[in-house]
Design a protein around this ligand. Structure first.
Ligand SMILES: NC(=O)c1ccc[n+]([C@@H]2O[C@H](COP(=O)([O-])OP(=O)(O)OC[C@H]3O[C@@H](n4cnc5c(N)ncnc54)[C@H](OP(=O)(O)O)[C@@H]3O)[C@@H](O)[C@H]2O)c1
Length: 402
């Protein structure tokens, strides 16, 4: 009989997640240290600590299982269910599993982060705008464009953060043409001011990367009353793109990259509840906005046919960035798996691929992941929804529908 205080599910989850957390943090720390001996030492110390805890509680848990010790609970549970032989088997598995994962980790990570932009195109004399370039994927995208010689505008809502990053990129790349401009996508006045300033001072625009994004925000609205995900991720970029479109056409060949997500598969465009007023889920609101990014890309490509301005949507992969800042569960998950998910630099590869690779023009309107054309949901391929979303977006933003 299992004592009432023991909840097998709780025990299992606590122990497995505790072990995994300890293990992944150990590896993450070890990874940042120089020298293979220090890495090995770090790994051994973390794993050994974990195993010592399991063994200790395994022995002592039978007499006095501590209610606050999840490993003790697991040990007791194992003793209740398993024979001594099976118990030794489980302990051996617990010992070797981290070792196996450690050995396999570089392969797993490589597998999960395939797709590298191998284009050698240089961008001297070209102009690029990257939204949300002060951190994460946007920062790495901007850095690579600057590395190739482009004049890069970091369009950021926090100018101070942007200036710090601009200086960092200038130092790393030696390219002084990295500029910061205020852009808050949650406020159409700010978007219009950004576009006005940009159009006044720049003759060309060759690459626009609509990268900025928010995820799983508690219900809130933009300055114009749009639900935050739809407002920032879709409507903000929609307006920005249309305001800069003439400049992109004048500078053709030029490209627009919209950073979407695999999460679009769970998205729906609820035209009767676009602002989330009737029902709202923070997770789904993100998915809806990412679906809108793909629909926008497809409809934009259709409208731009023959203009030498091409557009692509991308899924950057699962990337270790600040995107999960609004959800403690997601932050916890990201930390847990940080050793396996993409770095922001790896996450930038598909955006760069779509912005730079020669001969991609015929694939305008397509969705890319890991530097390949990727499959999208049936909703994301629906031209009727794409056209309707375009018209509704124009209405909401007060732009004439052509
Ligand atoms: N990370 C992933 O696993 C993942 C997966 C699929 C898709 N994506 C997409 O990749 C893109 C980049 O995300 P990330 O992972 O690099 O996230 P991140 O590190 O959180 O970067 C998001 C950027 O967007 C900016 N931003 C947020 N709200 C803004 C606003 N109202 N106006 C202007 N800028 C704003 C942020 O500025 P502040 O720093 O000032 O907040 C930040 O620079 C997003 O579109 C995201 O949906 C990411």
């Amino acid at each position: 009989m299992i004592p009432k205080a023991l909840d097998p599910r709780e025990c299992g989850i606590c122990c497995v997640s505790g072990a995994w957390f300890s293990f992944s943090r150990g590896l993450a720390t070890a990874r940042s240290l120089p020298g293979s001996s220090r890495r090995a030492l770090d790994y051994i110390s973390h794993t050994a600590l974990l195993q010592a805890a399991v063994l200790y509680y395994g022995v002592s848990g039978r007499k006095s299982p501590s209610r606050s010790a999840p490993l003790g609970r697991l040990a007791l549970l194992l003793q209740l269910y398993l024979s001594p032989g099976e118990m030794i088997g489980v302990l051996l598995l617990l010992f070797f599993l981290p070792l196996l994962l450690y050995i396999a980790a570089p392969q797993i990570r490589k597998m999960l982060s395939s797709g590298v932009c191998t284009s050698t195109v240089q961008l001297l004399g070209k102009v690029a705008v990257v939204t949300g370039a002060n951190t994460g994927i946007g920062k790495e995208t901007a850095k690579e464009l600057a590395q190739r010689g482009a004049r890069v505008y970091l369009a950021c809502r926090d100018v101070q953060k942007g200036e710090l990053v601009a200086r960092e990129i200038q130092t790393v790349t030696g390219n002084q043409e990295v500029l910061v401009k205020k852009l808050d996508l949650a406020d159409t006045k700010s978007i219009r001011a950004f576009a006005k300033g940009f159009l006044a001072e720049e003759k060309h625009l060759h690459i626009l990367i609509n990268n900025a994004g928010v995820m799983m925000c508690p219900y809130s609205k933009t300055a114009d009353g749009f639900e935050m995900h739809m407002g920032v991720n879709h409507l903000g970029h929609f307006l920005l793109t249309l305001l800069l479109l003439e400049k992109l056409k004048e500078s053709a060949p030029s490209r627009i990259v919209n950073v979407s997500s695999f999460a679009h598969h769970l998205g729906r465009i609820h035209f009767h509840n676009l602002q989330g007023e009737k029902f709202y889920s923070a997770g789904l609101a993100y998915c809806h906005s990412k679906l809108a990014n793909i629909l926008f890309t497809r409809e934009l490509a259709r409208r731009l046919k023959g203009s030498s301005v091409t557009t692509y949507s991308v899924h950057p992969g699962t990337v270790n960035s600040e995107l999960v800042r609004h959800s403690s569960v997601m932050r916890w998950m990201w930390r847990l798996f940080s050793f396996f998910i993409k770095t922001p630099q790896q996450g930038a590869q598909t955006s760069l691929y779509c912005a730079l690779t020669e001969g991609l023009e015929s694939l305008s309107g397509n969705h890319f992941s890991d530097c390949h054309v990727a499959w999208v949901s049936a909703k994301a391929r629906n031209e009727t929804i794409a056209r309707r979303l375009w018209d509704v977006s124009c209405d909401l933003l007060g732009i004439p529908v052509d």
